[in-house]
Design a protein around this ligand. Structure first.
Ligand SMILES: C[S@@+](CC[C@H](N)C(=O)[O-])C[C@H]1O[C@@H](n2cnc3c(N)ncnc32)[C@H](O)[C@@H]1O
Length: 336
């Protein structure tokens, strides 16, 4: 069973209204979604998205009593704009992203997320598409493997682990969680009673397999555009890489101008929001950036679990909630 984290704070952050329209981009087992439906009754509408068919099936049952007030869609929240359009929505009053994996996903051996069980090394949240962790490990060269493990796992011994993986896969393909866990342990050692030495490597591969950071960046951009004036964006993250992306996105969208005045040629980060790569938006010195801020940040510091919540749900330990509100009077900068 998945206990929703920061439940009360998240529902309060969304500022639910009786006939509001909401998107839950990470439905999971439907804990937050059922709170959104209860809090936006009697006429609030929810579009709930998950890329995992298993999560959708579990939540469908849990949310059945809300009838037509809720629509479930299989998909990636990075495609939130087109999913909302399919549903006939151009604007919404609140969006929730509670990212990462859920406890049931971690706890089901056959999903291959965990080194606690021996299972095929899969790790895809959407098992209907993309490359499994075993395929990724078989494909990447040693340098790229080390970079993934270093960047997404913040693992200092990434090069040693990558070297061991490459040596081992030359003898036998690495296809199971137990194989990978013992290989990492043999590469880096590990003391009894401490965190398993493969924890960071598993996290890194999971993030890479699911392109979690790419989805987050695109999801934040899509969500910001979909919000109606006064609409709220609430994002829960579980590690520092994700939290930094959310913090910087909200800060950038809330600031008037990011151009350092002393530079002669300026590339304003604001103007890349709509595109995949930076669009060189060049301003001469002294000219103001014409970007119009889109968000107000409501949580200067991230909201974290109280000691009571931590006692009931230790998984909330690393959860951070950040909240922003779509500005009332401004229009989004046009995409060019
Ligand atoms: C932490 S759980 C959400 C739990 C949920 N808030 C609840 O109360 O039950 C994260 C869920 O988001 C889904 N997910 C993660 N990244 C996603 C993405 N990019 N698009 C769609 N779903 C995603 C996962 O499959 C998982 O079911």
């Amino acid at each position: 069973m998945h206990i929703p984290v920061l439940y009360d704070a998240t529902l309060a952050a969304l500022n639910l209204r009786p006939a509001g329209r909401y998107i839950d981009g990470t439905l999971g087992w439907g804990g937050h979604s059922s709170g959104i439906l209860a809090g936006s009754g009697p006429a609030g509408q929810l579009l709930a998205i998950d890329q995992d068919p298993m999560a959708l099936a579990a939540a469908r049952e849990r949310l059945a009593s809300y009838g037509e007030r809720v629509t479930l869609m299989h998909g990636n929240y990075r495609q939130m704009a087109s999913l909302a359009a399919q549903h006939g929505w151009q604007q919404v009053d609140g969006i929730l992203l509670d990212i990462g994996v859920s406890s049931p996903q971690l706890d089901l051996p056959e999903r291959g997320f965990s080194f606690q069980y021996d299972a095929p090394l899969d790790m895809r949240m959407n098992p209907t598409q993309g490359e499994s962790a075993a395929d990724l490990i078989a494909r990447l060269n040693e340098t790229d493997l080390a970079n993934v493990i270093y960047e997404y796992g913040e693992e200092r011994l990434s090069r040693r682990i990558a070297r061991r993986i490459v040596e081992q896969r030359a003898k036998n393909p690495i296809t199971s969680t137990a194989q990978l866990a013992s290989l990492v342990r043999s590469a880096v050692g590990g003391q009894a009673g401490k965190t398993h030495p493969a924890t960071r490597t598993f996290q890194a591969l999971r993030i890479a397999v699911n392109d979690e950071l790419g989805a987050l960046r695109e999801g934040l951009a899509a969500a910001t555009k979909l919000l109606a004036p006064g609409g709220r964006l609430a994002v829960i993250t579980f590690h520092s890489l994700e939290d930094r992306i959310v913090k910087e996105w909200m800060r950038d969208q809330a600031s008037e101008c990011l151009i350092p005045a002393k530079l002669e040629i300026l590339a304003c980060p604001h103007s890349c929001a709509a595109k995949t790569g930076p669009r060189a938006c060049i301003y001469p010195v002294g000219r103001d950036c014409d970007y119009v801020p889109t968000l107000d940040v409501l949580s200067r510091k991230p909201i974290e679990a109280t000691p009571e919540e931590l006692k009931a749900n230790p998984r909330a330990r690393s959860a951070k909630l950040r909240v922003a509100e779509r500005r009332l009077t401004t229009a989004l900068a046009p995409e060019t």
